[in-house]
Design a protein around this ligand. Structure first.
Ligand SMILES: [Zn+2]
Length: 275
């Protein structure tokens, strides 16, 4: 016999992918179901083309969970898992629960940046391109290892490193310097083979040249630079994120670039030339 299922309260915390935007919202769903034994099953469904890490916690009344909580799991790309089973602890007693979860894009367990990788500049330019903001920049990169390149609207953006495209947003035409525009940034996210995520943001409306699920190599043209999202001038924001449960959805990593004959980290606000 099926037991009725009540949710006293269900609330959700979603980690956004930093202040740039990049919502994981909509890619993960936690759905309660009941089975023929009267158990409540919490099914986690990941619709992203890359893994999602989840911390699930519940308060359970008149029921017993099959594992200790909080439960932390990594759900593979485009898949679903039974995250929790809750059995009624008395005959015919409905299970009451409230649940909440935190998610972050990527696999928090199997990711560690490969520091020997040399990144390519995400553009080709004969003229020197200014760095508008480098690591730990005052404007929006405080405690972030992120780079803002001064690229004109419509400049081809190239992949800095090979990987699999797991997220493409290109439907935004809007941008402004205010926080209210943070969610309007067009963005491409590439999953690298060490589990880190390369993020290319503020891209031009409708300019993506790749699609979700596509494997790309370093130097591959992926989109055009733009001025969407929280942005006060056309530029490209680039960073590499190590998936972790932080309030920034991960830890941004300093990466070395091929700069002419040199391999170096980009620092300061000098301009740089592509090789
Ligand atoms: Zn930036």
């Amino acid at each position: 016999m099926k037991h009725p299922l009540y949710f006293r309260l269900a609330w959700i915390f979603l980690i956004l992918l930093s202040t740039i935007e990049g919502k994981t919202q909509g890619f993960f769903m936690l759905t309660p179901e009941t089975d023929s034994l009267g158990r409540v099953l919490l099914i986690g469904k990941n619709k992203l083309a890359g893994p999602i890490s989840v911390i699930l916690n519940c308060n359970i009344y008149d029921g017993i969970a099959n594992k200790s909580l909080p439960d932390t799991e990594v759900i593979a790309a485009n898949s679903e898992v039974r995250m929790l089973e809750i059995s009624p602890d008395k005959e015919k007693t409905p299970v009451w629960l409230d649940f909440r979860y935190v998610i972050t894009m990527g696999d928090y367990l199997n990711s560690a940046h490969n520091d020997s990788v040399i990144y390519l500049l995400p553009f080709k330019s004969r003229k020197c391109v200014r760095i508008l903001q480098s690591y730990n920049g005052d404007l929006s990169h405080k405690e972030q290892n992120a780079l803002d390149f001064d690229l004109n609207l419509g400049t081809p953006v190239l992949a800095s490193r090979s990987g699999k495209v797991i997220y493409v947003k290109q439907d935004s035409k809007n941008g402004c310097p205010d926080q209210k525009c943070a969610g309007m940034a067009n963005m491409i996210i590439v999953l690298h083979n060490d589990g880190t995520l390369g993020r290319y943001a503020h891209l031009k409306f409708g300019s993506a040249l790749i699609s979700v699920g596509q494997e790309i190599t370093a130097g591959f043209p992926i989109a055009q630079s733009g001025n969407t999202g929280q942005s006060n001038r056309p530029h490209l924001h680039f960073d590499v994120l190590l998936p972790r449960f932080t309030n920034q959805a991960g830890v941004t990593i300093a990466t070395s670039f091929q700069l002419g004959n040199q391999v170096a980290y980009i620092s300061g606000l000098n301009c740089i030339k592509s090789p």
